[in-house]
Design a protein around this ligand. Structure first.
Ligand code: NAP
Ligand code: GLV
Length: 312
């Protein structure tokens, strides 16, 4: 019977039970145990979301770690974990589409001036606001991976001009794809809407700081569903105050849950979502996780094992 140590921050027993039931559809003998319980000592695999890493480190029988999300930064954080064992992540088309929906809401709220109309309602003002020609709106997507490329294609379908930025070259029909630092700067200078869908690594930490915001066009829109640590939050607030960034829509933060005393809450042109842009869905993700656990049990490397050298 394969024993899997399970931990999901803010989880309750129900979530462990839900995952166990879902995984048993594909791997009937699987048993999930709480990472913090003594039973986890026998686990070969751990299924983790923002787990206490010192506890993970204590489990000497682990042969692989599986992230309960598409990002793995919560496992690689602070270099606590032995990175010689495989780290596997979820790559779920459902999540990519879900992110795409969230980005589309955010983009359309900006281009259709939703918040301006909602403000007008407060004073019963029945008046057309300035319309933008959406075919001229240039959107930069930073991160063209499993999620970014789906978002790019869907936004393209809506009639926007799409630019992508990644570490390695890409060839995606209808999307102008760039790499390298000078192209990052070109996109900051050129585009009207900036969407961060990057993984958190040493290269992407604080990538959106004063110097990046300064390069954006006056009145730009900034959308972040990558990771909070990619943004210097105080710099973002400063540039939102000046109007250089006319709207920021955020789903992720340096500290989560976003503390009550964070100044981000106060800034009217910053919209706050509580890290829900693309949630892991046990129903759609269970099959691939069960497959990964089977691979690990059989001494094989599962699909979607990350390249530890690049850190995502
Ligand atoms: P992915 O498939 O690994 O794609 C990452 C993309 O970022 C790739 O295109 C990669 O370039 C690019 N990239 C990485 N480092 C770079 C650098 N230094 N310079 C330029 N480009 C770089 O990841 P994913 O599955 O699309 O997910 C992306 C991130 O979204 C996750 O890591 C997570 O942080 C976040 N996420 C958030 C939510 C949410 O609900 N808010 C949900 C899911 C995921 P290459 O293609 O060249 O490798
Ligand atoms: C969510 O943030 C994820 O990485 O899946």
């Amino acid at each position: 019977m394969p024993i899997v140590a399970f931990y999901s921050k803010d989880s309750n027993t129900d979530l462990l039970e839900e995952w166990e039931q879902r995984l048993r559809l594909y791997f009937p003998s699987i048993k999930l145990v709480d990472l913090l319980s003594y039973k986890a000592e026998n686990a070969i695999t751990a299924l983790l979301w923002k787990a206490p890493l010192f506890r993970v480190k204590e489990l000497k029988n682990l042969k692989a770690l599986i992230s309960l999300g598409q990002g793995v930064d919560h496992i690689l954080k602070d270099n606590i974990i032995n990175t010689k064992i495989p780290i596997v992540r979820i790559v779920d088309p459902y999540m990519a589409k879900s992110m795409s929906h969230w980005v589309i809401i955010s983009v359309l709220n900006f281009t259709r001036d939703t918040f301006g109309y909602y403000d007008q309602q407060k004073s019963k003002t029945y008046k057309a606001r300035k319309e933008v020609n959406f075919t001229n709106v240039k959107i930069a997507i930073y991160g063209m991976g499993a999620i970014g490329r789906v978002v790019a294609r869907d936004l393209k379908q809506l009639g926007f001009k799409i630019y992508g930025w990644s570490r390695t070259p890409k060839n995606i029909s209808g999307v102008i794809c760039y790499r390298d630092r000078d192209k990052f700067e070109f996109l900051l200078n050129t585009c009207d809407i900036h969407i961060c869908l990057l993984p958190l690594t040493s290269e992407t930490a604080n990538i959106f700081d004063k110097s990046s915001f300064k390069m954006m066009k006056f009145g730009s829109c900034f959308i972040n569903a990558g990771r909070g640590e990619q943004v210097v939050e105080e710099d973002l607030i400063e540039y939102c105050k000046s109007g250089q960034i006319s709207h920021a829509i955020l789903d992720v933060y340096c500290k989560e849950p976003l503390p009550k005393n964070s100044r981000l809450w106060e800034q009217e042109n910053i919209k706050i979502w509580p890290h829900v842009a693309a949630e892991t869905n046990p129903e759609t993700a269970a099959k691939q996780i069960a497959k990964a656990i089977k691979c690990i049990e059989n001494g094989k490397t599962p699909p979607n094992t990350i390249d530890i050298k690049v850190g995502y």
